[in-house]
Design a protein around this ligand. Sequence first.
Ligand code: SF4
Length: 326
Amino acid sequence: MHLKIGIPRGLWFYDYYPLWKSFYEELGAEVILSSPTNKSILDKGVKNTVDEACLPVKIFHGHVLDLKDRVDYLFVPKMMSVYEKEYICPKFCGLPEMVSHSIKDLPPIIDTEINFNRSRKHLMNTVYRFGSYVTKNPIAIHRAYKRAVEEYSSYKARMKEGNLPINGEFCERYKNKSGISIAVMGHSYNIYDKYGSMSLIDKLEEMGIKIITPEMMDYATINQHTDTLEKKMFWSYGRKLLGTAMHLTDTKTIDGIVYLSSFGCGIDSIIEELVERKARKDGRMPFLLITVDEHTGEAGVNTRLEAFIDMIEWRKRNESNLSTHG
Ligand code: SF4
């Protein structure tokens, strides 16, 4: 019988799941994903997480609960850093402890640390530690790792081509629109989680909007822009979002920005402010901030979104005979 490894459909899932899924499947394990976020997952997550946690962390707890009784291992690595000299949110680092403290009777957790601030040798040891839950054969682990990296590269390349992983699955319908272009900014786990985002991307798509997301950007382009900042942006997610906003406003390839933020997120509160300043001041570009938590009402979000798009459409229609930039 195959070993069952459960991967929660939350947080880093949207950035890395093809890497880990392919790695464990290549080693012969069966990978079980939690269901896409739904009301029950959200409610259970909210009930089983400390109040101060942000919505994505609460949703993540809901996904753990969705998996806990049907897998042999839960995959919740301790993510410290995914780029050299950079960090990610402290909640990612403490996630295995947070989950095991909040939820009782969990299966064993694969909580290996990922830290790109350590040596290359350390990183290869990390790969072996991940693999050792399934096999002790280093050759098989190395082969699975190579295969997983190929899968991951192809996933990234598809996102750059404009494929959006809504709930983790690509769908052609979001591609090749030709109307108004809107950058949808926010952490991947906010914008691609259909339920958690209140179908933000679907709503824009139904209005005929062409959507640009940070995952479509080239890393060299992002770095080129963030390297001009006075201080290094050492939060990896922050650098990606800010570099994307800088590039899109400088090149004026979009008509506006919608930023989806989580209430209580320290990183978002800084990055959103910087993105908004860049959009409004330098790009003279419409900017809409949507901040969500478990109490946010969808009707209010719809109204603001529709008004925002109406305003951009009006502006485009009248651009030739009115000064739209004041
Ligand atoms: S970066 Fe913000 S939204 Fe993401 S886990 Fe940390 S606090 Fe939550």
